[in-house]
Ligand binder design. Structure first.
Ligand code: F0G
Length: 363
């Protein structure tokens, strides 16, 4: 680089969420910070999508896929693994539908800790499984669902021999609330509505805490309505009772008995928002639409709030001129099987000649 054109006052390099929001997080200067420089993810305005669904408002997607392990889990995990290290833990453990395990495995590798992950056998998106294995976690796939895995993990936590890094560990929620801080900082205000998917319900709890903290500190002047969306086959909070055998194409939120149930209901009630459910068909439709209309590839769980937004627009619930934000929690590349089976387009095999390719393109 030519030094004469370098900025005389370069912006300080991003050093992760603990560094940025230290004053609002449960850390001291003794806490060893285990970071992969998570956070500072883009907030992308998506006018094409809004036009396609017939809305008249501004929609911004918090694209959490741009975190180091390609999901929002890294915000809580930098804190959980830093605190585990501070306490002298040698093993971290979690149950997961895939993203928590990928994140825990990565941060444990970084910290030099052993990581054990419990996953529902056969119900983990391929990319997430590959991540856990590559980062070197001991990977146990149980013959049962996420809720069963979490029950076992909590019991193991009670032995005192392992550090549980699921969101039942309160520091996870603390780390995840920083996404709300970033949204307010990036928008220059809090949104009118915030939409997000709900599985174990830690993230909706965390976002609401973050928005409230910024408001209480005078750093924002309004509180958004929180709108959480579950998949119809895994909607215990909406249905008002645990689901024994949850089912949905959005495997990330295939959860029947969320740990942060009360946090979700409080967020919705206190904010005047809503928690509701969408079908797998609605999820898949929104999943394709956001990729095609905006070039934003998310995993199916992220399409639940987008499908919810489509419903809300049709029901006339989003006043014109509103500022709406939605969390895109994980990257589309994590679940290549769903992408390949749901894409409307298939690759076309063609002879390796100029003429054959030109003929296929149609000119
Ligand atoms: N979106 C994605 C991509 C997720 O991985 C999860 C949860 C959620 C949404 C829901 O967030 O649980 O805080 O309500 N994944 C967890 C996991 C359960 O194990 O990776 P939540």
């Amino acid at each position: 680089m030519n030094p004469s054109v370098a900025s005389p006052n370069p912006a300080p390099a991003w050093q992760g969420i603990i560094h940025r929001y230290r004053a609002r997080l449960p850390v001291t200067h003794e806490t060893p910070v285990v970071t992969l420089l998570e956070g500072n993810t883009p907030l992308i305005r998506v006018d094409n999508f809004v036009r396609a669904i017939g809305g008249d408002f501004s929609l911004y997607l918090k694209y959490e896929a741009m975190n180091p392990t390609a999901s929002f889990k890294d915000r809580g995990m930098t804190l959980a693994v830093s605190k585990a290290k501070e306490r002298g833990a040698s093993v971290v453990i979690c149950a997961s539908t895939g993203n928590t395990s990928a994140s825990a495995a990565a941060y444990a590798a970084r910290a030099g800790l052993k990581c054990v992950v419990l996953l529902p056998h056969g119900k983990i998106a391929l990319g997430k499984l590959a991540q856990a294995l590559m980062y070197g976690a001991q990977t146990l796939t149980i013959e049962g669902n996420f809720d069963m895995a979490l029950r076992i993990v909590r019991e193991l936590g009670e032995t005192g021999q392992v550090e549980v890094v699921n969101s039942v560990n309160p520091v996870r929620i603390e780390g995840q609330k920083t996404a709300s801080f970033e949204i307010c900082d990036q928008l220059g205000r809090a949104p009118d509505f915030h939409f997000l998917p709900v599985g174990n319900a830690g993230n909706i709890t965390a976002y609401w805490r973050g928005f409230r903290e910024y408001y209480a500190a005078g750093l924002s002047t309004r509180l958004p309505q929180m709108h959480g969306w579950q998949a119809a086959g895994a909607a215990p909070i909406v249905d008002g009772q645990p689901v024994e055998n949850p089912q949905t194409v959005a495997t990330a939120i295939r959860i029947g008995n969320p740990a942060s149930w009360s946090g979700a209901t409080a967020a919705v009630k206190e904010s005047g928002g809503r928690i509701d459910k969408v079908t797998d068909d609605e999820i898949l439709n929104a999943y394709r639409l956001i990729a095609r209309s905006e070039g934003i590839f998310v995993e199916p769980a992220c399409a639940a709030p987008l499908a919810g937004l489509i419903r809300s627009v049709r029901a006339g619930l989003i006043p014109s001129g509103s500022v709406v934000t939605a969390t895109m929690t994980g990257h589309g590349l994590k679940d290549p099987d769903t992408a390949m089976s749901q894409s409307e387009f298939k690759p076309t095999v063609v002879a390796a000649t100029f003429e054959a390719v030109r003929a296929k393109i149609g000119f």
